[in-house]
Design a protein around this ligand. Sequence first.
Ligand SMILES: [Mg+2]
Length: 252
Amino acid sequence: MDGVLYHGDTPIADAFAFMETIADIPHCFITNNPIKLPEQIVEKMARMGFSAPDIEQIITSGEATAQWLNQQKPNFRYFAIGAEGLHKSLQKYGTEDMDDADYVVIGEGAGIDYQTLSMAINLIIKGQAQLISTNPDNTVDATRRGEHWILPGGGALVAPVIAATGVKPTTIGKPYPLLYEMALKRINLAARDCLMIGDRPDTDIQGAASIGMRTALVRTGRFLPGEKYPDNLYKPDIDNNSLTELLELIQA
Ligand SMILES: [Mg+2]
């Protein structure tokens, strides 16, 4: 979403035209950002001028984490560190429990400090809670006073817990398969019949290619026109500078 359709609150050129063009093709949106709830993303898209998607078309790593934990252990107990969206998603399926959590869940946003970190460590080492990370991104892009600003991502926020416990987390977001699998289920298609459009080679493209989806990179986010594609990653089937170019390709 961010880096493909918009930057922060600013739509990317041709994103509207692109969404109109694919309106009748089954599609959904997957994001590693666990901060916003799917309903908040629907609202945000409508506010920016997109025709509002159905809530089922939005899959966030926070929502996916909550649903996955519910499948692993119905009525699970958890302790979570991260912004409100993650807590709200987890509350739908589980119960917060600081004494006897089954899972310690680390998301993004404010919430990590000395106390919450201590709680997480003790629940894992002494209570045998399992460590879950919503997404592996080390940094995420944001805007501050109108300028580009970098925030710590889920990967950076789970790092102190890993350092203190020596435990490796189960990670839900891209490039791991779960978000893609949920998306395929929602649109009821096989991986080979889908095209993943993303702006990050290491997450969007790598994860989709590894489960057999076709992939299109748009160089409007983290990865810029002219940048050399990393040798160690799956190459995208389509490598475009922008949605404008991808649109031309689709319409040709
Ligand atoms: Mg992105």
